[in-house]
Design a protein around this ligand. Structure first.
Ligand code: APR
Length: 250
């Protein structure tokens, strides 16, 4: 178990009056069976991101890109939220303010009951018209698993639909980014299950520290964030969150 001092420091600041912000990465869903990206069995070990997760890759071969996303949707659909997702969902009304930011597109936070999740990289459960024809919403939810034909087509202009995720090289939703930055003005900032190498998500912890937040990393491995956080708990999220929850609320 991580040293009890780490838990005590965090527990002391997690009071009902606290403003709490959490950012999660793929590690929070690892216990649910959703592959991470950069771990030993990570998706980027078996696939090349530039072949599958860029606008250029999609323009080059929408069928190949959709084969990969349709496979990931099927895999994720078979996964359940784990205890870390459930504890985070239960915390949303326990503090003066609670903001959950995620880099994940798997939707497991929402399936566990988290509301108003700030999804920095979009959702694998949303689609949009790749031609932005304007005759359909920018993004809408489509739970079809698996799609009968790939790529799925825009119902209005018949262009290929695209996954509602943010690809490498694409801009994030500026409104989401602004709300994430505002949420770094908090008392406790938890960075959970992320390799902290993809910006702007990885930069939020620095903003939180400048706002005077207690910054805490929860990750079995060290990352570029480890040396700059106040507390580093080198344990899996599915171990830390129930343990923290018991200390705080039982
Ligand atoms: N609990 C906590 N952390 C864990 C666990 C666990 N059970 N299992 C793995 N981790 C940690 C790993 O040590 C690693 O640091 O989760 C992190 C996962 O890192 P990545 O696979 O790089 O995922 P992430 O940081 O979310 O990637 C960021 O990169 O590929 C893009 O858009 C994609 O949103 C993604 C972004």
């Amino acid at each position: 178990m991580a040293d009890p001092v780490s838990y005590a420091r965090l527990q002391k600041r997690l009071t009902p009056a606290a403003r709490v912000t959490v950012i999660t990465g793929a590690g929070v869903s690892a216990a649910s069976g959703v592959p991470t990206f950069r771990g030993p069995d990570g998706l980027w070990q078996s696939f090349r991101a530039e072949d599958l997760a860029t606008p250029e890759a999609f323009a080059r071969d929408p069928y190949l890109v959709w084969q990969w996303y349709d496979w990931r949707r099927q895999k994720i659909a078979a996964c359940e939220p784990n205890i870390a997702h459930h504890v985070l969902a239960s915390w949303q009304h326990q503090f003066a303010s609670f903001t959950l930011v995620t880099q994940n597109v798997d939707g497991l936070h929402e399936r566990a009951g988290s509301e108003n999740v700030l999804r920095m990289h979009g959702s694998i459960w949303e689609v949009g018209c790749s031609r932005d024809c304007g005759k359909v919403p920018h993004r809408w939810r489509d739970d079809t698993v698996p799609f009968v034909a790939l790529p799925p087509r825009c119902p209005q202009c018949d262009a290929p639909l695209r996954p509602g995720v943010v690809w490498f090289g694409e801009a994030l939703d500026p409104d989401i980014v602004e709300r994430c930055l505002m949420a770094t003005n908090c008392d406790v900032f938890l960075i959970v299950g992320t390799s902290a190498v993809v910006y702007p998500a990885a930069g939020l912890v620095d903003h939180a520290r400048r706002h005077g937040a207690l910054t805490v990393e929860i990750n079995p491995e060290s990352t570029p964030a480890t040396r700059s956080v106040d507390v580093a708990i080198a344990e899996p999220a599915e171990v830390v969150f129930p343990r923290l929850h018991d200390r705080l609320f039982s």
